[in-house]
Design a binder for this molecule. Structure first.
Ligand code: PLP
Length: 366
């Protein structure tokens, strides 16, 4: 018997998510020392995490024989106070990936559809497909979301639209005005998931008032994460903000203890460390300038990015990726996104960015 055929067709059709290559794996494969490898592949924080988060982790270790607080009271209270929402409007996730999947499970099923953009974050089609719903990919405009085309793509069976702002892997950013107009144009029977995984890297003036929009749009779900600017990717913690009725539905499909005790404690501490967050943004702004200037000097094009990463057009990206690996530099090919000429590089510390640019220049014979 072919056991594979026991799984529903929509599960068998899933192409697995391709994560960035871990440092330990490259070290094994190439016989390199881990300390000599630079990983700029998964949009992680090159500063690590807030020292306050680290202290909170150490404090939590002795309590790990106990289950975590399944309601995440402390973290939700801290988020509620900071964002001026009710704790009943917050859904905590094992990374924001988890809340994206909860949204799909709560509102989608076979016979229903969800809209997302070409080049948008790969988890959206995966989450849609995993529940047997139909994904509608809308052609991008200048590598970014074409909101008018996305609104026009909404069908009678559409229940959800995913928007990443800024988007990963392209780094494209939509203005608050464009997003607000889009929200006004979408029927309230369609949930709009606004994924703000990189919002902390935006200058204040570029941040959409998305949380305030929850009062105006009952169909809005905003998602955020502690993985990127807060530097807690390995702990897995993110959250969704929505109207209480919507948050309640998401919580029904949530695993009872989906966010572990260490993650809850570290996230609550990280939230209070404005200084670390500001330092992360400064390092990112400087690194972005360093990388774009480096690309200009090499005569390379890039997609202007509002995130902590940059898509650079290098031609044969697969070949360049392999050559970078041989030199101990891990970046991210984005051929699986339909961008075979680009590499996505996460912004690192100045010396890491310099190392990447030097190896890239050598690889391209410049
Ligand atoms: C990294 C990322 C996420 C989620 O990351 P988690 O670690 O699961 O919180 C969500 N959306 C986008 C666009 C991302 O790039």
């Amino acid at each position: 018997m072919n056991l594979t055929e026991l799984a529903p067709a929509h599960i068998r059709a899933i192409a697995p998510y391709q994560p960035g290559k871990p440092i330990s794996e490259l070290a094994r494969e190439m016989g390199l020392a881990e300390a000599d490898i630079v990983k700029l592949a998964s949009n992680e924080n090159p500063l690590g995490m807030s020292p306050r988060a680290k202290a909170a982790l150490q404090n939590e270790v002795d309590g790990l024989a106990l289950y975590p607080d399944g309601n995440g009271f402390t973290l939700k209270s801290a988020l509620a106070a900071r964002l001026s929402v009710g704790p009943d409007q917050i859904v905590l996730g094992n990374g924001s990936n988890d809340v994206l999947e909860m949204a799909a499970r709560a509102f989608l099923m076979p016979g229903l559809s969800a809209v997302f953009s070409q080049y948008a974050f790969a988890v959206y089609p995966l989450a849609i497909q995993a529940v047997g719903a139909t994904g509608i990919s809308v052609p991008a405009k200048d590598h970014g979301h074409d909101l008018a085309a996305m609104a026009a793509a909404i069908r009678a069976d559409t229940r959800m639209v995913f928007i990443a702002n800024p988007n990963n892997p392209t780094g494209t950013l939509l203005s608050g005005a464009a997003l607000h107009a889009f929200l006004k144009s979408v029927p309230q029977s369609v949930l709009v998931v606004l994924d703000e995984a990189y919002v902390e890297f935006l200058d204040a003036g570029l941040q959409a008032p998305s949380v305030a929009w929850l009062a105006e749009f009952p169909n809005l779900i905003v998602t955020r994460t502690f993985s990127k600017a807060h530097g807690l990717a390995g702990l897995r913690v993110g959250y969704a903000l929505a109207r209480a009725e919507v948050a309640d539905l998401l919580n029904r499909v949530r695993q009872p203890f989906n966010v572990n005790s260490l993650a809850l404690a570290a996230a609550a501490a990280a939230l209070e460390d404005a200084e670390f967050l500001a330092a992360s943004k400064r390092v990112n702004d400087a690194g972005m300038a360093q990388l774009t200037e480096g690309c200009r000097a090499l005569g390379l094009d890039w997609i202007p990015s509002a995130g902590n990463f940059l898509c650079i057009k290098v031609g044969d990206a697969g070949g360049v990726f392999q050559e970078l690996l041989r030199n101990g530099v891990i970046v991210r090919p984005v051929a699986s996104y339909g961008m075979p000429e680009y590499l996505r590089v996460s912004i690192g510390l100045p010396e890491q960015n310099a190392r990447f640019l030097a190896v890239l220049a050598r690889t391209l014979g410049k």
